[in-house]
Design a protein around this ligand. Structure first.
Ligand SMILES: Cc1cc2nc3c(=O)[nH]c(=O)nc-3n(C[C@H](O)[C@H](O)[C@H](O)COP(=O)(O)OP(=O)(O)OC[C@H]3O[C@@H](n4cnc5c(N)ncnc54)[C@H](O)[C@@H]3O)c2cc1C
Length: 398
């Protein structure tokens, strides 16, 4: 790893820093909100306009080609941008799945027409994307998906159901995986569609989570007619295209969640400075000090795991299955952080959002509950361990 910046990259860092200083909206004062990695419903409109502002300033889609709305820069600039966003405690973006996954996959596999049509609107947040992969009987075993697409003239007719579809309730487009050849082996008969969520026959039903928010959904398809020009990367080639999306998901996890984690560590240390235990500042508690120091160390270690992935990218290689260690490390550190935030609050940890005595408006209670899903979303911890066992350590398949 050599992260010495060129003079141009140093100038880029200075530009990002001063832009953030001047442009982080004043209403973004709730520091702890910045630590949550999930866009909260009450913040959707705020985050939409924040993302648009980043786009206008050229601070989003740095590595995307210029002709598709990006800046054609390297992953080193992307890393610098995220470091500066952490330092400035900048708000997250709203179109996380579009920017992290849909856009890069369209740029990799799209026709020229598709590449002209979608990426820039993803970056500007004019069009929000969701990911239609999981089904009631296809999660970890994604290749078992049953949503069907049958050819009818120059259209495909889609029937079936997706579940756990984050942000579908505010999305304009979906990355949809559907089975187009039921006679082929299960990984081979799948096609990747760019699906307009406003087509007749698409129904979105929100699912309420343990946090009280309905952040993900069931999505039903009832004879939805999708034009053949909406296939991405070729008919029956959806498994390869879909895996590319997941590879970008891991990358996005590496950059985006690392930024949020850094902000959350600072916030939990700040929380500890304010709280007392038995009439004594909690920061005087030796065990708590050890726990906070360990959190900081784990977060630094994750930063360097992410930096290894950046090194590979700069060498023109793709991040491999070892990126699963980054996801697992993030899950463990983030869930531990949220548990420590509860411990710091002691009996106050039972006061939820809305209570007048809830610490910092009860935001930690929300992020604690939300963090339980971290070990499921983006591939469960067991599946990440299988990947490491089989593809990194070369152990026999389970
Ligand atoms: C907050 C949240 C947001 C999500 N957003 C989206 C989204 O936007 N789009 C989308 O498509 N999906 C989304 N998902 C779905 C997510 O990808 C799946 O929940 C996940 O892949 C697990 O699938 P499953 O729920 O069907 O569980 P299952 O696959 O049925 O797993 C159940 C349990 O069995 C274990 N298990 C399964 N197979 C194995 C194995 N081979 N070896 C060892 N253990 C195994 C799992 O680890 C788990 O503990 C989201 C999930 C959550 C929680």
């Amino acid at each position: 790893m050599d992260f010495t910046l060129t003079p141009e990259q140093e100038t880029f860092r200075a530009d990002v820093r001063s832009w953030l200083e001047q442009n982080i909206p004043r209403e973004w004062t709730r520091r702890v909100m910045a630590s949550s990695e999930v866009p909260r419903p009450e913040a959707y409109e705020f985050l939409r306009s924040w993302q648009h502002k980043l786009y206008d300033a050229g601070f989003i889609g740095l590595t995307w080609p210029k002709e598709y709305g990006g800046r054609g820069l390297s992953f080193l600039e992307e890393m610098v941008l995220h470091e500066e966003m952490s330092l400035a405690k900048a708000p997250p973006i709203l179109n996380v799945l579009g920017v992290g996954m849909a856009g890069p996959t369209i740029i990799a596999y799209g026709t020229e027409e598709q590449k002209q049509r979608y990426p820039a609107k993803i970056l500007s947040c004019d069009e929000i994307w969701c990911q239609g992969y999981s089904e009631p009987n296809a999660g970890s075993d994604l290749a078992s998906l049953q949503t069907r697409a049958v050819k009818d003239g120059d259209h495909w007719v889609i029937n079936g159901q997706k579940v756990w579809t984050s942000l579908a309730h505010v999305s304009d487009w979906m990355m949809l995986l559907a089975r187009t050849d039921p006679t082929a082996p299960k990984h081979k008969g799948i096609t990747y569609f760019l699906l307009d969520m406003k087509l007749p026959g698409v129904t979105v039903k929100p699912l309420r989570q343990i946090t009280g928010d309905a952040e993900f959904n069931e999505v039903f398809f009832d004879n939805v007619r999708v034009h053949e020009s909406q296939v991405l990367g070729g008919v029956n080639n959806g498994w390869a295209v879909g895996l590319t999306t997941l590879m970008y998901e891991r990358l996005a996890l590496g950059f985006g969640l690392q930024t949020r984690l850094r902000i959350a560590v600072d916030a939990v240390i700040e929380l500890a400075r304010q709280m007392e235990k038995g009439g004594r500042a909690i920061t005087k508690d030796a065990v708590m000090r050890q726990k906070l120091a360990q959190l900081w160390i784990d977060t630094e270690a994750l930063k360097y795991t992410g930096a290894r992935a950046v090194t590979k990218l700069l060498r023109g290689e793709l991040p491999g299955p070892e990126a699963s260690t980054g996801k697992m490390g993030w899950v463990e550190t983030h869930q531990k952080l949220q548990e420590i935030a509860m411990e710091i609050q002691g009996p106050y940890s039972q006061l939820m959002r809305g209570g007048d005595r809830a610490v910092e408006g009860g935001v930690w209670q929300y992020t604690f509950l939300r963090s339980r899903a971290n070990s499921i979303e983006g591939g469960t911890t067991e599946i990440q361990k299988n990947i490491i066992g089989e593809r990194v350590l070369g152990l026999p398949k389970g």
